[in-house]
Design a protein around this ligand. Structure first.
Ligand code: ZN
Length: 193
């Protein structure tokens, strides 16, 4: 038996996360009561969603996050360290052993951008890495970037620069904002005697 009207995997994921509105949730629930095939697929989605959630919660990913995600983890007891330097500005920053998440909020006018990259540079301007085509909302006025907490805890005291860059269809780049982080290591480690 194969399902004539399978529930979309994204809808199953939203159902599992409790993100569906009442009527939509009921429709999925009714279908799952009658359909073993979609029930089995829900099982796969649940396993996958748990894996992704664990990974995201671990704070070890370098990724763009939503306000909802940050709020949710804070509500669950995660200790969130957040910095929000203005465009063109700089900030003194550190992480401690107790921090679970490091969130950097980069303010920029995103309204005209089609594609946005986030570049990470050393103090001399050499590019260390780039997140290409990051998700953003044109009206948001900022991007929330999760730096890997594992990386930050191990990093030496140093200056790191991030840039938000608008990229047009021809590959032309326009700087939306540059943000300088003067990082001070506060955990014992190599270099501390
Ligand atoms: Zn089905």
């Amino acid at each position: 038996m194969s399902c004539a009207n399978p529930v979309d995997a994204a809808v199953l994921a939203e159902y599992w996360m409790g993100a569906l509105a009442g009527a939509a949730e009921e429709r999925v629930e009714e279908h799952l009561l009658e359909c073993d095939e979609c029930g089995a697929r829900l099982g796969e989605v649940m396993a996958l969603a748990d894996g992704v959630r664990e990974l995201a919660r671990s704070g070890s990913l370098r990724m763009i996050v939503s306000d909802w995600f940050v709020r949710r983890l804070a509500e669950e007891g995660a200790r969130v360290r957040e910095y929000a330097p203005p465009a063109g500005g700089s900030v003194q920053c550190t992480v401690t052993a107790e921090d679970d998440l490091l969130i950097v909020r980069l303010a920029a006018d995103l309204s005209g951008a089609r594609r946005v990259d986030l570049g990470v540079y050393d103090a001399r301007g050499r590019e260390r890495g780039r997140l290409k085509d990051i998700p953003f909302h044109s009206e948001a006025g900022n991007v929330a970037f999760q730096e890997s907490i594992a990386w930050a805890k191990a990093a030496p005291s140093e200056t790191v620069v991030t840039r938000l860059i608008a990229v047009d269809e021809a590959g032309g780049e326009r700087l939306l904002g540059e943000y300088t982080f003067h990082h001070t290591r506060s955990l014992p480690g190599p270099g501390d005697w």
